[in-house]
Design a protein around this ligand. Structure first.
Ligand SMILES: Cc1cc2nc3c(=O)[nH]c(=O)nc-3n(C[C@H](O)[C@H](O)[C@H](O)COP(=O)(O)OP(=O)(O)OC[C@H]3O[C@@H](n4cnc5c(N)ncnc54)[C@H](O)[C@@H]3O)c2cc1C
Ligand code: FES
Length: 260
């Protein structure tokens, strides 16, 4: 059974008009947080809205961890209203995180939109473990955010923006294809909107490169009991429904079926 904690907000930073970061204190008995894992955040003290909101971990430090949140609806707006020294009840860390047993320095990390936040922690852990900066390709609609932190986790960062305001104009897949042509990586790790995950998976399949995809589905219980968060996964010749909260959120791209 996953544990819940009441954690104090020790820092809050507004990144732009829709994205902010909070740093929560880390209790001594919290299990190790792996890149790609997330927490279920209780967004109010009066029980409404009832459902916890899943938010990935964007940075882990010795005594704290950071969450980067985009305001979309009621729950994330309530989180934005929380201030330093207030507490948030969190469930977790939840999920399996990225599969890093055979971590290779010949990898590429790809993120899009708010999906850049969990891959920031992945890039940090890979740099720390491999003593090498891993290439990070970031896609944004318009202005990039959190770049000071990204520059700390890798010196090899490229940006694509749909508006063309920074970096290459267009999608992050344009940057990725250039890399795939010049030096085939052993694995590509990805987090971002569904369309981007699908495009990256299909592109990498053309170059015969395996992917790991961090899937984001709407959640209810967040602990594997309600089946709200399922996605279609290939199991031999069968297609089964797997729970993103408990069996994921990271799946191998070769297993994920987008068009069902
Ligand atoms: C494993 C996982 C990790 C996540 N990590 C982060 C993170 O690090 N930072 C972050 O900002 N968000 C993250 N999300 C998404 C976040 O959980 C939702 O944006 C949030 O729950 C929305 O709550 P709300 O009450 O503000 O919006 P709601 O009122 O619930 O919804 C507002 C709008 O957002 C859409 N929406 C809600 N949830 C999702 C979702 N999961 N995917 C796509 N659209 C959605 C709804 O369809 C609706 O149109 C993650 C989701 C998952 C499943
Ligand atoms: S949210 Fe209930 S099973 Fe995943």
């Amino acid at each position: 059974m996953k544990k819940t904690y009441d954690l104090k907000i020790i820092k809050k930073e507004i990144l732009n008009d829709e994205i902010f970061k909070i740093v929560l204190e880390m209790p001594e008995d919290m299990p190790e947080i792996l890149p790609g894992q997330f927490f279920g955040l209780s967004v109010s003290d009066n029980g409404y809205p009832l459902l916890r909101r899943p938010i990935s971990v964007s940075k882990v430090e010795d005594n704290s961890f950071e969450l980067t949140i985009k305001v979309l609806g009621e729950g994330t707006l309530l989180l934005l209203k929380k201030e330093v020294n207030e507490t948030i009840n969190v469930l977790g860390p939840v999920g399996n995180g990225f599969f890093l047993d055979d971590m290779s320095e010949n990898s590429i990390i790809v993120g899009g939109g708010i999906g850049v936040s969990p891959i920031k922690e992945l890039a940090r852990v890979m740099k720390e473990t491999l003593k090498k900066d891993i290439p990070v390709l970031l896609g944004f609609r318009d202005r990039p955010f959190d770049m000071d932190d990204f520059n700390e986790v890798s010196s090899d960062i490229e940006i694509a923006t749909e508006s063309g305001v920074v970096g290459v104009k267009g999608y992050v897949t344009t940057l990725l294809e250039e890399r795939l042509k010049s030096n085939k990586p052993e694995v590509v790790y990805v987090c971002g909107p569904h369309m981007m995950l699908k495009a990256v998976k299909e592109l990498c399949e053309r170059y015969d490169v395996p992917t790991q995809l961090l899937m984001e589905e709407r959640m209810a219980c967040g602990i594997g009991a309600c089946l709200v968060c399922t996605c279609a996964i290939k199991d031999g010749h069968e297609i089964t429904n797997k729970r993103v909260c408990k069996d994921g959120p990271v799946f191998y791209g070769s297993e994920v079926v987008f068009d069902v």
